[in-house]
Design a protein around this ligand. Sequence first.
Ligand SMILES: [Zn+2]
Length: 713
Amino acid sequence: MEFYRCENPECGYVAEEEPDVCPRCGGAFFHTLDEEELTAGDWVSLGGQAVDDGRDTDALACYQRAAAMGDPLGTTNLGWCFESGVGVREDPRQAAILYAQAASREYLPALTNLGYCYACGIGVERDAVRALECFRKAAGRGHPRGQFLLAEALRRGEGTAADEGEAFRWYRSAAWLGYPPAQTELGRCLEFGVGTESDLRQAAMWYRAAAEQGHAPGQCCLGFCCESGRGVEQSWEEAVRWYRAAASQGYPRAQCNLAWCYENGRGVKQSAEQAAELYRRAAEQGYARGELSMGLCCEQGRGVPVDLEQAAVWYRAAAEHGDEDGACCLGYLYENGEGVEQSWEEAVRWYTQAAESGSARAQCNLAWCCEHGKGTEPDLKAALEWYRKAADQGDPRGLFCVARAYDYGFGVEQDSAEAVRWYIRSADAGFPPAQCDLGVCYERGEGVRQDYAAAAKLYRRAAEGGNAPGQCNLGYLYEIGRGVEQDWAEAARWYGAAALQGLARAQCNLAWCYEYGKGVEQSPRRAVYWYRKAAEQKDLRGMFSLGACYKRGEGVSQDWEQAVYWYTQAADGGYAAAQCNLGVCYERGEGVGKDCARAAELYRAAAEQGDPVGQCNLGYLYELGEGVSQSWETAVYWYRKAVEREHPRAQYHLAWCYEHGKGVRRDRQQAMELYESAARQDYQDAAERAAHLRQSRGLSGFWDGLLSGWRHT
Ligand SMILES: [Zn+2]
């Protein structure tokens, strides 16, 4: 077999086929030579070419030739073939033997490789002390990789006591010798002040040295310096440039950082697809942050189609690689049965793993499960403990939940003042539900001095943060003009914002504004629309009001059946006004068959809740003896209850009872006063009745006076 050697005496490049131009020196002339004329160095060079061309078997053969000639570099490279399985089956023992052979001839790279075998247990028993010996010897003789590995061992305290200062000095030595991994690590020492004073400018300089030699971790670190303006001028474009360089080498941290830039359009045109592609590449290398991000992409359909099952797969992988956010997200999928079969137990299992690793979100989710007994026994104390752990990290939801526990006495003694202190911390951390509930404390004066203006201010913060109850409460303060100037338009505006978010209470309030044209143009149809929205959420007031609209045919075609249907729904939920109105339907046979006994039942239910209409209507049924046995005394009993609440119809009826002595001792004075009260509320002919009694007062007053005088003597 013939070979070709470059004629340039300072080059001497050898090739198996005659090249047009020497790839080493650019010379154009070659002379042939026989195999026997090749030196060990030539074989090593040929082996290197074979490795570059991917001809593994040829590479092995070349290194074997060089090794056979006793060449330490050839022997070392042959060891590398055995270590890495290039052209031969992987054989770490053989590799270690070859390294040891070359090392015994003082060949420093082999000595370093042998040390590495001892450090990692490759083909030999792991032995940190012997590894350190090898590194120290190679380092002392100026071998950069030996110095670097010595520094690593010193920093971690492997085979010796940890010594960050000495580690720093060896990193620096290898860095000055131009060894890129050492340059990067030296940069890290300088960035974070490990074994030396922190110096960001120097750190960035060393990252740059490594980066410019193509070292991916160095490129990534430099990219982050550019991103954050640490030690260099901030520049998203530069950051992207370095991340891209490292990412193209398959470095997962850089792939994720670059993906983030694509996601947020920093230094590069925003592209969810590009971001997802980069996250996927990092994820496929088993890089936890890439797996978590891919899970998020799949769950939210960012740059990839929504695929909850795939999201669960990525979250699980991230969780198994120790990522607590991945575990928390997986727990959430189990909680909601998305992409996996719903299971509270599994949710709790993953939340627990994440919570114990310190994820505040998982701590809150786990606490919630403990609070509500989902997937675990209900345990308010345990719930509070987890909320507190999240709160200790300054987590706004954790702070809020601790506040709530004090507010309602969940798992701890009720303490409004303590609740306020926690609400304040959560509110200051910008958590809208806490801003709203703290507003409620101020509005009611619970745990803090009552202060409507402060309440309004807090509701506004919550409202502007998109919190529906806050919006509704602010609307109400505008409606009643407390803490703010009364303003129907503002009230309706905030009710509208909360109504759109589906808050039933706000939907009813807004509907009422439309019904009566307060702050908005009157519109019965819109009123019906919003009452119906609330009714569909089983909101009692919404169902009742919708029934009332059907009854009156306002904003909707009159329909007794629908009216009865919605009244029944609300009445069954215990809404007193609905019980009364439904009672009227039964009493009169409107939309249902007439049934006074049922009417009486409904009135009684309302009456016992203290509803004056129900009390008065029930009293009237007793007066008539319809659906109940006639009883003036019972009628009077219920009228009197309703009168305590200034109900005009009850005042009128009770007055009549006093006037005629039905169920009560006749008392014209009482009768007159009650007629007058009813008259002040413009009730029917109460004024005439009062006037009539006043006219006949002379005589009846005489008799009354006489009778009472007589009784008392
Ligand atoms: Zn040449």
